[in-house]
Design a protein around this ligand. Sequence first.
Ligand code: ADP
Ligand code: MG
Length: 722
Amino acid sequence: MDDNTGELSGLFAPERVAVVGATESEGSIGRAIVENLRADFAGETIPVNPNYDEVFGLACYPDLGSVPESSEIDLAVVVVPPTIAVEAVRDCGEAGVRNVVVITAGFGETGSEGASRERELTEVAEQYDLDLVGPNSLGVMSTTSGLNATFGPENALPGSISFMSQSGAFITAVLDWATDEGIGFKDVVSLGNKAVLDETDFVRAWDDDPDTNVILGYLEGVEDGGAFIDAAREASGDTPVVMVKSGRTEAGAQAVSSHTGTLAGSEQAYEAGLEQAGVLRVENVQELFDFAQILSGQPLPDSDDVAIVTNAGGPGVMTTDAVGDSRLSLASFSESTVEALSEAMPEEANVYNPIDAIGDADIDRFERALDLALGDENVGCAVVLSAPTAVIDFDDLARVITDLQADHGKPVAAVLMGGERTESAKEILREGGIPNYFDPARAVGSLDALSRYREISGREYESPEAFDVDRERARAVLSRAVERGDNRLGVEAMDLLDAYGISTPEGVIADQPEEAVAAAQNIDGDVVMKIVSPDILHKSDIGGVKVGVTNEDVYDAYEDLVTRARNYQPDAEILGVQVQEMVDLDAGTETIIGMNRDPQFGPLLLFGLGGIFVEILEDTETRVAPVSEREATEMVEGIRSAPLLRGARGREPADRDAIVESLQRLSQLVTDFPAILELDVNPLVAGPDGVQAVDVRLTVDTDELDSSDPNSADRPTEELDS
Ligand code: ADP
Ligand code: MG
């Protein structure tokens, strides 16, 4: 076996492939696969089917066990009916075949019977330690060995892009189009239902594969967000990972009762998770392949300064606009470049960027202009545009562009505009790894992707800090929810924050008015009083918060708060009234820190402008926890109102470091306790000298808390350390 393909080499570089369910029967999938394998595959194809002695002239065996040296079969492709598919996979395991592609459909995608069949399949795969693709997969391809173990209509062209897709239909469509465009692939896999191998496994495998230069994905969801982030981070240091935006997932639509739950849904998790993973996320299929092509064909730019060389004014302006919308900027040429251009160009030409060599520019003038531009130290990359003219031949121009790109080693995108006359020029450019577009915005978008990837590949990921916290105390607070048989906790759980070092004002929960009075006397100045009830989510909505209560008013305030709660909901469970120290809101800003647990990506942290208008403002940033100090800082700096925190209109700036640290501590809390499903600290009042969490609300998965062993509680934090 070729060990170039790393971990999943048996899957992509097999020497012997068995087709379980092979047949010549017209129109069947079993036939299509055997035919596709026979077309180009360099290795051996072995049909397996008890009904035949021969399939397309190849000896056919009744079962895998009967194949001579069956344990040396590298890959089995299973295309039998669903009712016998699990048994067929078990036979693979028994025969010693480690890699299996299950084409058969009729599993998890079809309802409860299929779902239980899929569970069985997973169990069998685990039992025999199989690397299994599918079920419900179109199959796999690897152009190195001509392997086409799919039932798609054609094989891919060879190339350095490896592509995974959750939709098989999308693969056939893409391959058909890519072949026309001259885009080639290394490996292609149709993930199917991802019963065993998922996107994370393929990111890892292709990261290790020297023949894969770009990893592309069309995903509708991510199985294990945390693992995916780790794998993609690792890969994206030297192999770009580009993913097309997926649809929203069903799983994301859980009932939420927190602000964070409302503001940080599955779409935010996906976006944050992919960004943190260093994935270039694209909006559509065109971008997916534009990025793939330029990333596999062109070097990364040293700078984001673009030179534009054109013979047409209008397209030059369009390109300049597109640069304005991107993270790139227009290069300003050095004096010597401007001088040299002035000498080489006619009077009417523009020698500043964009260089307009004007309509009568011949190939020599174009060449001189591009050579000077690419040679300028202030230029990182270039777009070359040309409209068809009588004096320029696109093939010549394509050759000039290709040669100069290679000479200067800077990335170039071409916009040779036109129809059929561009075809052969495109071919020449393609051989030089240079993409050609009709639309200048696409050329700029592709160069922009190179710049984004340069930033990603240079990232250094910091590990999250592990603060010294009181885990056992936090656990004790959470278990109150279990004891009470309610999964919601409110301000009675303030200790949870304290245990993790997030500062809270002094506060006491009183269940008698006299007790409230005594508590208020122990607190300096006026106090804030709040109703404490798991049935009241938003206390101020029902008049359940009184700010600035003087000592003499505490007794009446207590009774009033309880009466209001009873009026609002007669059977509300009332735990008492919180008497809390006043926090100076004038000097501070109300912010929110929170977490919502996403089914795919896990704990999603949120930071934003808080208070009672949080959902109206919707000014928030999200990241998948655990976050490093840098990520927490990016969250705080990333909101639109960040200038407010820096101190606008004569206000003192908020203590940013304290906010950042609170986010990191919250990150640690929700990582340590997977039982916390949602949590809001709203507001976290951010003053000039520190922060105060004045309110908290959370939902706990009481089963999860029950089932977790308290002695194992130290694990997650230690893992973070390493
Ligand atoms: P809820 O969000 O359930 O309505 P909060 O405890 O967040 O209840 O209180 C509502 C608002 O009251 C806060 O956004 C804040 O403006 C104000 N507030 C609450 N506690 C304090 C406090 N200790 N000091 C000053 N203002 C407070
Ligand atoms: Mg609140």
